[in-house]
Design a protein around this ligand. Sequence first.
Ligand code: C2O
Ligand code: CU
Length: 477
Amino acid sequence: MISRRSLLRAGAGSAALAVPLLSPGTARAADLDPATIAKYAVPMPRIPVQRPSRVVDGTAYYAVDMREAEAQILPGARTRVLTYGGAFPGRTFLAARGRRTVVSRLNSLHMPTSVHLHGAHVPPEHDGGPMDLIAPGARRSYTYDNEQTHANLWFHDHAHHHESEHVYRGLSAFYLLTDRTERSLPLPSGEFDVPILLRDARFDTDNQLVYAMDDFLNRNTILVNGRPWPYFRVAARKYRFRILNSTNLRFFTLKLSDGGSFTQIGSDGGLLAEPFETTELRLSAGERADIVVDFARYPVGHSVELINDNGPGPAEHVGKVMRFDVTRTAADDSSVPARLRTLPALPAPTVERTVDLRMDEDGRPHPRAYIDEKLYDHDRVDTEIRYGATELWTVRNVNRLAPHNFHMHLVQFRVMERNGRPVTGGPEGGLKDTVTLLAGETVKLQATFTGHRGTYVYHCHMLDHSAMGMMATMKIV
Ligand code: C2O
Ligand code: CU
């Protein structure tokens, strides 16, 4: 039985059976106690960049398969994972606005997959939606025209009912789209611009990942760029960190262990209009943020931790993320300008809608999750939208305990209001594609539906919740 308190903190339903995807029929080893994994004992790797197989007339062609592989996650151990191209996490794609990216994907898994580019403005046939599957052994090409402004996008699996396990087992990767606006700024760059992919995991004593649906109480090992609680050696100067919460269910509240401040410069859809000085960064599952941390205030030899001031789970484990060790000085001609970008104008909305998110939270054995009291049905169009329309959506989490978040495909939206208060600037003032909704919260979101017609989904990005039904279809006509 799950205590009310843990339900309150993690907000999900009951435990379900483990699904032994990778080793069917074998009895599972006991859980590995996260206390046996040393903290700050391994370096944080920099995620390698994915190289194109060729570039023709500005179009970059890639070939990346989905396949099982072994990764070194825990020190001295091999863990079976699902990968993009054998890498855990997947290699980072670099893209530039106005230059096309084409990715040929061979599915070498035994399960259907779908590769979604989260946050991308693409036609439906290249969106990687939940029903648009690549069968085992099949190949397909996704084309990304990169017409939108700069943003930290990410690839993840979206195969309906498998996405939760597939993402958990490793199918995620950064896709960093840049443009002239971003490149013109004197922000920290090169080796001082570091993507950080955060996630949690549950291991057994054979060092293998344990997957169970809605398993929010047991994923108590924190992985950063694929390693547990690593350290990262930095120079005493400014760094830009592009952070992705790639977990299925966990919400992070990130802080420096000395309470020191840092500057948030970006969110899901790229840079904020103005930098935001803060001591904490909240990221729900699927959200991204760019921050600049200035280590110049620390002497060489000093260390500061990145901590997570949020549950569920034991704080001595899930409360720790990584450690920065200041090991040298370095020149720094970077800076954070007072104005970062001009956000698109906000046309007056002509359509208003409400969307209610709710899941069963009465402790029943197989809880389900709903949008507007309906389970996801891929044959049903829930919302029809006129091409070109600007709409204002009031999204409510009507649960008493469970947190959710809300993600729309195709568009970057704006958060206009949170709980009745206008949002002007701050961490939610920029372009967003995923927004937090704690129990009882309401947000008003505005989006303009141009560029592409067709059907796309919107859903809770706690992937176990969307797999439990909290997903719906919109059709732009
Ligand atoms: Cu990142 Cu429909 O998902
Ligand atoms: Cu949810």
